[in-house]
Design a protein around this ligand. Structure first.
Ligand SMILES: *Cc1c(COP(=O)(O)O)cnc(C)c1O
Length: 253
């Protein structure tokens, strides 16, 4: 049953989606790329499963979430509605959440340490699933190695991501892990910096990775504020929340 409120929300999402598709098309045109090379992932964190259902009806079936408890609940609700979706886990991930995440995730974008690789692999194998994985890199330009280490932990202010020097080792470990499929790289642009240098470094890391692992073609980069810059640097997957769903309530972490 579609209520009047659903109809209004559907129209809002449709309008935002049209604007976003136009933005992606313009960025691709400027970069000499085909928009078909860029997958839109709708980041639905803080928004209800009803929004996911409306997005699916509008043709958006790649869905991103950054917290396991929220994602697991929403994935179950959407499965009960009979929706066929691909869930992308994009947030900092604790080892003890690996079993839950592999039960619904199509792709985990935030693989940044060896312990997580073994945990995800063991749980995916036990569940009889294969989970696609991206190596998340922290490519902030002004980070000394020690600061990069601190930022890659789950500590305060950390957005996750391994230093670029660890990319090859992590990728090899994913590729060798039963239950996991290495698919590429991901980054979150550093706050308050021009995102282009970080996205450019991600593109270089991707090229180096593909020389060893030709199947690792995914470059996950770009959010609402920097999607054009990400596309200019080769992003194949953009993760868009605000520009599609609207503002999230501010939260403290
Ligand atoms: C929330 C989030 C996004 C989407 O951010 P917007 O600015 O709302 O588009 C993308 N990637 C990650 C890792 C996120 O946590």
């Amino acid at each position: 049953m579609i209520t009047r409120a659903d109809g209004a929300r559907r129209a809002e999402l449709a309008e935002n989606l049209a604007g976003l598709r136009a933005q992606i098309a313009a960025a691709c045109l400027a970069a000499g790329r085909d928009p078909a090379e860029v997958t839109l992932i709708a980041v639905t964190k803080t928004f209800p499963a009803s929004d996911v259902a409306l997005l699916a009806d509008l043709g958006v079936t790649d869905i991103g979430e950054n917290r396991d408890a929220e994602a697991a609940g929403k994935a179950a609700e959407c499965a009960a509605l009979g929706l066929s979706l691909r869930w992308h886990f994009i947030g900092q991930l604790q080892v003890n959440k690996a079993a839950s995440v592999v039960s619904y995730a199509y792709m985990v974008h935030s693989v940044d340490r060896f312990r997580l690789i073994t945990a995800l692999g063991r749980r995916a194998t036990a569940a009889g699933r294969e989970v696609r994985c991206l190596v998340q890199l922290n490519l902030a330009g002004d980070l000394a190695p020690a600061a990069a280490d601190a930022a890659s932990g789950a500590g305060q202010g950390g957005r996750g991501g391994a230093p670029a020097a660890e990319a090859a080792g992590l990728a090899d470990a994913i590729a060798a892990e039963p239950g996991l499929l290495l698919r590429g790289v991901m980054t979150v642009a550093p706050l308050g910096e021009d995102p282009v240098p970080a996205f450019s470094r991600l593109r270089e890391a991707s090229a180096q990775l593909r020389a060893r692992h030709p199947q690792a073609t995914v470059i996950s980069a770009g959010m609402s504020a920097d999607l054009a810059q990400a596309i200019s640097q080769g992003a194949t997957h953009v993760r868009i929340g605000t520009a599609l769903l609207g503002g999230r309530r501010a939260f403290v972490r």
